[in-house]
Design a protein around this ligand. Structure first.
Ligand code: SAH
Ligand code: SF4
Length: 390
């Protein structure tokens, strides 16, 4: 008879305690085990030397520690590193590491594909395949942290220099439409016996699934980014179809409610700059009015994302002077505004380009080559995140 091995990356701290209980082990064993997994990156029970040999043997026959297999691993000239991970049945998702001076941010995926189908997003265009499991979500952080350490020759364990200091759920998929596994993964990120990240350093980005924003505020209030992209309902209906279900007034109210629980005192609004679609001065003024609504303002920052074009979208990126003028209107109204410059473009790791289909590997290769050309063109400052603050 074949035994199905339990993937321990699927278990949150409480579940791991319960699992160890089933094996007749005390809760502190679960803590030890959890530290081996999430702080030392161990995947082999034999390495867990402070666990009794009998327990290690038991685990070896019933359990495993396995993240999705790496299909490809590319490092951009700006240091951005992207992994394509196999999640089975021809589906792949992407994880992107973005090093900066004082931090390392990992951008992780929560679904293979996405059902929201925003007009400007290539993940949306590929349709929805399936939700990722807990091990597939937390496995991205597990794999990336220890792979980065191996690459740099940094020891595993709490003494080794941590590579990933921040996590953003801004890869493929809508995290709030895969709620339970996402929250379990978040809890592991925050757990002191796992990654011990503070809630401020973990950001979930949503296209505005209002009821789930409230649920998140109760279950695991991490920092929140909301993909706004439009200053009025007719415009947003056309860009983010979910807006028809949860229009702007409802979304703004949900943001205000979230702020009462949020680890930061602002919501980050993401706004993808689309040439002659949502980038006029009038749009910027309308945005100011939307968030500064006199009776009920929403405390926020804006992150303007220059659109990363892909042919099927039929859309183009706003020109830089337009983006700057747009930002200035927000800044003049007292809103902290940043312009996100694309990083990792040469390896196709920029926002909204995480298409990731295994069948499409030839195209990925092709696009990588094309992106290498871009890199040459834009030079060494290409892909830096710059602040255009007030
Ligand atoms: N589904 C979530 C999180 C993943 S998308 C959400 O929509 O918020 C992460 C961010 O990338 C979102 O703000 C999204 O709107 C943006 N994005 C998607 N496609 C893009 C593109 N082609 N160019 C620039 N940003 C894009
Ligand atoms: Fe899904 Fe976010 Fe892309 Fe919209 S922008 S299709 S919600 S991944």
């Amino acid at each position: 008879m074949m035994t199905v091995l339990t993937n321990l990356l699927d278990l949150d701290p409480a579940q791991l305690i319960a699992y160890c209980g089933e094996l007749g082990e005390k809760p502190f064993r679960a803590k030890q085990l959890q530290r081996w997994i999430h702080q030392f990156g161990a995947s082999n029970f034999d390495a867990m030397t402070d666990l009794a040999k009998s327990l290690r043997d038991k685990l070896a026959t019933r359990a495993m520690i396995a993240a999705p297999a790496v299909i490809s691993d590319h490092t951009s000239t700006d240091g951005t590193r992207k992994w394509l991970l196999d999640v089975g049945q021809g589906n792949a998702v992407e994880t992107v590491f973005i090093p900066e001076e004082n931090r390392g941010t990992l951008c992780i995926s929560t679904q293979a594909g996405c059902a929201v189908n925003c007009r400007f997003c290539s993940t949306g265009k590929q349709g929805f395949s399936r939700n990722l499991t807990v091990s597939e979500i937390i496995g991205q952080l597990w794999m990336a942290e220890f792979e980065l350490r191996r690459t740099k020759g940094i020891e595993a364990g709490p003494k080794g220099e941590r590579q990933i200091t921040n996590v953003v759920m801004m890869g493929m998929g809508e995290p709030l439409l895969n709620f339970e596994p996402t929250v379990t993964a978040l809890k592991l990120m925050l757990d002191d016996n796992a990654y011990g990240l503070s809630r401020r350093r973990v950001t979930l980005s949503t296209s505005g699934v209002v009821p789930m924003m409230d649920k998140l505020s109760q279950e695991c209030p991490v920092a929140l980014a909301v993909s706004l992209h439009a200053s009025n309902d007719p415009l947003r209906d056309g860009l983010v179809p979910l807006n028809k279900k949860h229009p702007l007034a409802e979304l703004m109210a949900a943001c205000r409610r979230y702020l009462e629980f949020a680890p930061r005192d602002f919501i980050t609004f993401e706004y993808c700059m689309l040439h002659e679609v949502n980038d006029s001065d009038a749009h910027a003024r309308e945005l100011v009015a939307l968030v500064q609504n006199h009776a009920n303002p929403v405390s926020c920052k804006f992150n303007l994302i220059p659109f990363n074009p892909f042919p099927e979208s039929g859309l183009t990126r706003s020109h830089n002077p337009r983006i700057k003028a747009f930002a200035q209107i927000l800044i003049d109204a007292g809103i902290v505004t940043t312009i996100r410059k694309t990083r990792g473009d040469d390896i196709d790791a920029a926002c909204g380009q995480l298409a990731g289909e295994v069948q499409d590997r030839t195209r990925v290769q092709e696009r990588m080559e094309k992106m290498t050309e871009y890199q040459k063109k834009f030079g060494k400052n290409f892909g830096r995140i710059v602040e255009v603050s007030a």
